[in-house]
Design a binder for this molecule. Structure first.
Ligand SMILES: *[C@@H]1O[C@H](CO)[C@@H](O)[C@H](O)[C@H]1NC(C)=O
Ligand SMILES: *[C@@H]1O[C@H](CO)[C@@H](O)[C@H](O)[C@H]1NC(C)=O
Ligand SMILES: *[C@@H]1O[C@H](CO)[C@@H](O)[C@H](O)[C@H]1NC(C)=O
Ligand SMILES: *[C@@H]1O[C@H](CO)[C@@H](O)[C@H](O)[C@H]1NC(C)=O
Length: 259
């Protein structure tokens, strides 16, 4: 009985597998790409109180699809190993005493972060405006010279600016927080309109969901267009072009810098 069941179960599983593959074909170049030593492997994401989960997840989720196909490690980095909450820093800032604040567990502290992190992801959120962000900015400043890429989303560019790594570089940030965040980087060429900006190995995006567009462009840069399209299919995402930025006008930003 069982013996008869196993082959039919197996063929059912195989059939399911081929259905999955038919609906999401993956690029043919997978073998060559797997052997490509230049593909980044070790990723870190900086997390902090009152961050925005979307900023982090918009980068991490698409890349997670790539981690099913390539060896990739994600390190979640903060000042301590305590869970990091999106809760406002003080009760006074939580006007309605809401309890709507997810948490995330760091895997390492800034002090114990693996030395071989190649790509650092810096999300934004209200916590960027906290009076003391030096734990994050010191880490970004120390690690930047060893990184292959720095990716900032939204007001995360504010942390990068305060750490000095955006000096003399072009970058963009959250359009609704433009004045505050750009003031953190007086020697940065801030670019608007821009969905995202690339200057050398620093990729910065506009507000929250713009991080998705930055990520797909970056996946294309690293793994190629076929892979970017493969992941867009899995995420059912239609990307925006780099010059898509209705929010620049919405928030009355005088055009500045260039893509
Ligand atoms: C805030 O909400 C918590 C429950 O989530 C409750 O225990 C606490 O008493 C509330 N504080 C105020 C000031 O309403
Ligand atoms: C963008 O800026 C606006 C205005 O300051 C703020 O409400 C919003 O939370 C910011 N988004 C992020 C992700 O920081
Ligand atoms: C910006 O550049 C000016 C002139 O080079 C310099 O004096 C100033 O210290 C710089 N500011 C920052 C925050 O790097
Ligand atoms: C390795 O990756 C680089 C950068 O994406 C690309 O230019 C190169 O063609 C790749 N090599 C192979 C063998 O896939």
């Amino acid at each position: 009985m069982l013996k008869e069941l196993i082959p039919s179960l197996l063929s059912c599983m195989l059939a399911m597998n081929s259905v999955v593959e038919a609906s999401s074909p993956q690029p043919h170049s997978i073998k060559a790409r797997e052997a490509n030593e230049t593909t980044p492997r070790n990723f870190g994401v900086v997390v902090f109180r009152a961050m925005l989960m979307q900023d982090m997840i918009g980068v991490v989720d698409p890349l997670q699809n790539m981690a099913h196909k390539f060896p990739m490690n994600l390190y979640i980095l903060s000042s301590t190993l305590d869970p990091v909450t999106t809760e406002p820093a003080s009760a006074a800032m939580n006007v309605h005493n809401s309890s709507f604040w997810p948490t995330i567990n760091p895997t390492h502290t800034f002090a114990t972060a693996p030395e071989d992190i190649e790509v650092l992801i810096v999300p934004g959120g209200p916590g960027v405006r906290a009076p003391d962000v030096s734990a994050m900015t010191n880490f970004i400043r120390d690690r930047y010279p060893k990184l292959r890429y720095l990716l900032t989303v939204c007001t995360g560019a504010g942390l990068a600016a305060k750490s000095g790594v955006l000096d003399g570089r072009r970058a963009t940030t959250n359009k609704s927080a433009w004045k505050t965040i750009t003031s953190y980087g007086p020697n940065t060429t801030w670019v608007s309109p821009a969905r995202w900006v690339v200057d050398g190995n620093i990729w910065s995006s506009s507000g929250a969901t713009a991080g998705l567009d930055l990520t797909f462009a970056w996946i294309e840069h690293i793994w190629g267009q076929e892979w970017a399209e493969y992941v867009m299919g899995l995420q059912e995402y239609v990307p925006h072009p780099q010059d898509f930025d209705p929010f620049a006008a919405k928030f009355n930003i005088t055009p500045t810098g260039s893509l």
